[in-house]
Each structure stands twice: as C-alpha cells, then as structure tokens.
Design a protein around this ligand. Structure first.
Ligand code: TV1
Ligand code: CA
Ligand code: ZN
Length: 393
C-alpha cells in the first residue's frame, strides 16, 4: 500500500483557534464549526500537540482577503451582522441578490461571520507561510478548506475561499502547486479561480449526478470533461463518482490518477482539502469511505516529500469528522501506528459524542460487510482521466 514504510519524521505545524470553533451558523445548520474543537480535543488527548509547532497567528486582514475577493463583497462581509441583515433592507437585498448570503439556508448572516472568515483564512495563510519559509514540511488547518466561495459570492457554506488565498501565497515562492480535493463535493471555487492557469493543477474527486430526476448533487459541476481553459487547458482534473463509493473503488482511482498528475505536472507544493463528508455515514455526502480509506489519501501525498498543506472542508456527522482529522493529524506526524482499531477513545470531555461509533476512532462503515460490487464505469473513468493527464506537456 502507498502508505507503507515511510518512517521519516516531518516538521508539522498546526493551527487551531478556539475563538472560531464555537461559532454557530444557526441552531439547526448542518455545518458545525465545533467539530474542529472536537478534533482538537482528540489530538490533545492522544498526545500529539507536543509533536507539532502551534501556529499562533493573527486573523487574515481585510487587505489579504481583498487579494481574491471583490471590493463590494468584502465591504458587505465587513458590514453584515444579524442586526444589520434584519434592519437594513438595502443591505439585505444586496446580500441575497448579489452575494449569496441570507435568503435560502446554506449561507446565513450569522453573528461574528467576519471574525469567523478572518480566523480560518488567517490560519490557512499562516500555514502556507510556514511552508514558504521552510519552517515546516506539513502545515495543518482543519478549520479551512472552504472550496466553494467565489470572488464575489458565498455558496455551499463557504464565504471566504481560504484555499485560493493560500495557493496564491504559495505561488509567490513555488512555481507549480497541485490542489487535491477529497471532499464529497466538487471543488468548484478553487477550480474556477485557477481555470486558465498552468501553475496550479486542480484535481477534485466528488460525487456527481442526479439525486432526484430534477436535482443534481451539489454544486452540479465537476464533469469529467471540465479540463480547464486557455493556458490552463488540461490543468483542471475532475473525477466524478457515484454515491456509495467505498475504499476499494476510490483507491482504484486515487493513486493512479494522483500519481500520474504528480508525474506530468511536477509540482513544488501540495494542497490537500480533506473534506470529511466523503466518509461512510455522513449526513450529506452519500459516500462510503472508512477513516483509514480517507487517511490513505493523506499518507499517499505525504509520501512525495513536498511541502504539504492539509485543510479541512465538509463533514456533517461530526464525530466521524473529528475521528478522521485526528487520525490524519497522526498520519502527518507519523504516529498513526499508535492509534490502533481496538483502543477506546480516552476520556477527554467530548467522549460521549462517540457512543454511536462504539467509542472507537475506526468505526465500522455501513457497507463493510456488504457484497462486493464490481463497476466497469470505474475503469472507464480512470481511462478518461489518465488520457486527459497524458496531454499535459
Ligand atoms: C441549514 C439547516 C442549512 C439545515 C443545508 C445540504 C442546511 C443543507 C440544512 C444542505 C441541509 C446543501 C444545496 C440548493 C443550493 C442548495 C464545506 C440551489 C440536509 C464544503 C455544501 C452543500 C457543501 C450545499 C459544502 C447544498 C462542502 N446540501 N440542511 N445544503 N440550492 N445546497 O443543494 O463542500 O462540504 O441538508
Ligand atoms: Ca471533492
Ligand atoms: Zn462537501
């Protein structure tokens, strides 16, 4: 397996801000920032905080956020509070009609929204700088990974695109950056930001297709024939998947495709969006990866020995999310062997949250015992994507 025998230690830095982990989108919103606090607690109770340098950074500045986002959109984010949204009709109309905030439930105008955005974006920027400086080999920000946000619009729970900001920071030093996205949803915001660039290759694995006769799985983009534009032609790579994809099928695609992308593109740094909604039992994702199957993607990319930025993303069954990001932190520091299947999650304050998964980090996936189903479409997808990649010069 690609994760085997890589004992070399890495210098890892880690961002965690309790001030943004306890913010709420709304009382019943599926996006729960507290999952990052849960992951952090697990990282602590498994003794990994001593294995990483803690990034104590400032929030991103307005100027840093303006490097990608449009002037009117940043002005709005600065001004928006639940009160201004409720009381200022013109502001509310601008938010809803032009910038994707309010209106339907995905991106509400919640309390401390701007603080939240500056916090997670500041974490991703500091993480990127730690790689640029050469101070760290791997930098982690589980509160980042908000891959849908565009320059002027919030969408899919994402307001500020910290990934685009971080990649632009990396491009100041590294000539080519590869972006890999294992969230269940298509990484559209990052793909679009670099659609015509040959310095950033974006590669998203995601669920794709109809969920009802009239509705696509969100966001609806990420078809296999989206390959980039202009100078960026062949530098956008999409791997659409069916619901229910498990470890075996996922890794039939992941290693050959990412391996080929690394070979043809020769990047100098790697950004991995580790959205945890591709895990089995996720409230939204509909995919069937195990914790180990998800973390295998982290191990595989770590094995290339390039500066590696690990970001969070989606993940809606929050005990699964925290388990996975804790285990992936262990992969980063090279201690995953110390987190075996059989040990119970130690007492740490959130332990009751893990009852549904038998108090084990490695919970049983729903199809672990189901009959093995062969899919010929997997080979077709693999062949088409490898054919696209062979056209990169
Ligand atoms: C509030 C309360 C918001 C309950 C949103 C599921 C909710 C969803 C909620 C939800 C929900 C979506 C759409 C349709 C766009 C709409 C972080 C045209 C039970 C990276 C974003 C998915 C995924 C957005 C983000 C999607 C990420 N699904 N309950 N909303 N309209 N929105 O389909 O990639 O993981 O579902
Ligand atoms: Ca994805
Ligand atoms: Zn997602």
């Amino acid at each position: 397996s690609p994760s085997c025998a890589d004992d070399k230690k890495r210098r890892v830095c880690y961002y965690y801000d309790p001030g943004i982990a306890h913010i709420k989108f709304s009382d019943d919103h599926v996006m729960v920032p507290a999952r990052v606090a849960m992951a952090h607690s697990l990282v602590g109770v498994y003794g990994m905080l001593g294995d990483m340098r803690r990034l104590r950074t400032r929030p991103a500045t307005e100027a840093e956020i303006r490097r990608f986002h449009s002037p009117e959109y940043v002005d709005l984010l600065c001004d928006l509070t639940p009160e201004s949204y409720a009381n200022d009709a013109a502001l509310r109309q601008k938010a809803e009609d032009h910038h994707g905030i309010g209106g339907e439930d995905d991106c509400p105008a919640f309390d401390r929204l701007w603080k939240y955005c500056r916090g997670y974006a500041g974490g991703s920027l500091a993480a990127a700088r730690a790689l640029v400086d050469g101070a760290s080999d791997i930098a982690i920000n589980w509160s980042g990974g908000m891959h849908h946000a565009s320059a002027c619009k919030a969408t899919g729970f994402c307001y500020v695109n910290d990934i685009v900001l971080a990649i632009n920071e990396l491009l100041g030093t590294f000539s080519r950056v590869i972006y890999v996205d294992i969230d269940a949803h298509h990484g559209d915001g990052v793909q679009n930001a670099f659609l015509d660039s040959n310095r950033v290759m974006t590669l998203s694995f995601h669920r794709y297709g109809k969920i009802t006769p009239h509705k696509d799985f969100f966001p609806g983009s990420g078809a296999i024939n989206e390959i980039g534009d202009g100078a960026g032609k062949h530098y956008s790579v999409n791997v659409p998947l069916d619901a229910g994809v498990r470890d075996d099928v996922y890794h039939t695609l992941f290693e050959p495709i990412v391996g080929k992308a690394m070979e043809v593109f020769q990047p100098e740094a790697i950004v991995l969006q580790c959205g945890a909604d591709s895990l089995s039992g996720d409230r939204l994702g509909g995919m069937e990866l195990s914790v180990r199957g998800h973390a295998e993607c982290v191990s595989f990319l770590r094995g290339f020995n390039l500066p590696l930025l690990l970001l969070g993303g989606g993940g809606y069954t929050i005990n699964h999310v925290a388990s996975t990001w804790c285990y992936e932190t262990a992969v980063a520091v090279g201690k995953e062997g110390e987190l075996p299947d059989d040990i119970e999650i130690p007492s740490h304050g959130y332990e009751l949250m893990y009852k549904n998964q038998g108090n084990k980090l490695h919970y049983q996936t729903s199809t672990a015992t189901a009959a093995r189903k062969r899919s010929s479409s997997t080979e077709v997808t693999k062949g088409k994507v490898l054919e696209h990649l062979s056209q990169v010069e």
